[in-house]
Design a protein. Sequence first.
Length: 346
Amino acid sequence: MGKQFLSVGYQIFGLCLTGTQVESGMQEKQFSLYTARSKSQLITVKLYSLIQWVKQHQINVIHCHKSGDLLIAALIKQFIPVKIIFTEHMGVTRSKKDAFHRWIYQHVDQVLSISDETYQRNLNALPVSPEKITRLWLGTDIPDNTELLPNEIATIKQSLSLPEKDFVIGTIGRISPGKGQIELVKAFARVQQSLPHSKLVIVGGLEASQGCDLAYLSQVKEIIQSLDLTNHVVFTGFRHDTQQLLSIMDIVCLPYANEAFGLTAIETMAAQRPIVAANTGALPELLENYAQYCSPTSDQSIAQAILNSYEHYEEAKNNAVSARMRACKEFSIQTHTQNLLHYYQE
């Protein structure tokens, strides 16, 4: 997103901890950085230096993406008249109306909730007046060409040991309870009874450093083995080429139990793939009528939604076309940047 702001004349500066992925990402984009070894340094021994750095670069907007960073921004605001914008990514469920949080949030000029779902949670939990809270959907890069050639699809399938003619059900996301891989595997066992030439592809990191819940992964693998699905389920591990992997999936299933937004859903819409999604959280808000919905806690419901999509596949493909059009209009990085600039410039 930094590239979008640079293109309209903004200067971008980064504040982060040393040795983190955030620092690496900002360095790759060649942002000017202020770094520290810990947040405690930033609010104590390095606070004066940080304030001088903000003054030197004439920074007038501080945009935070984690609530833990708001204290630093509020302290800076005691010395410099900056605007503080906070994008709240999770939707707060525990009240933050105690004296400490009231002091911090009184310095926040705008809270941006990433969905209607998180907007309602933030209204209830944050010590901020309603007029300072609004919904701003996230955005992502949407590729122009989503369709791979048949030989390209065949090559990707071959690399995953997938028979070319098999029907592929896929899911993408961090392997953890909230993403519903256990329920999906159980649902797939039901689907297999009707579609024996089907495969399940699970895309997501298999290491703790990649966000994987290793204990949960062990449970998923045990269930796969107990259901005799070992030869029908493929783990890809962490991948950068998710758009290519989406192209080989005939149905993408997102049984996320309580998703705050769902960038994966947006990427799937952009890839023009038929979608089965949870009927909870923010996914229905994003997907509208262009998905088949299921209860994410019921493997029977998930299986039925997959089979319904399979049995009405032409309708599912038409919905996928409409979903891509919606993604291009509402969830592109260009749309998000344009809307965000409005709050920077107010």
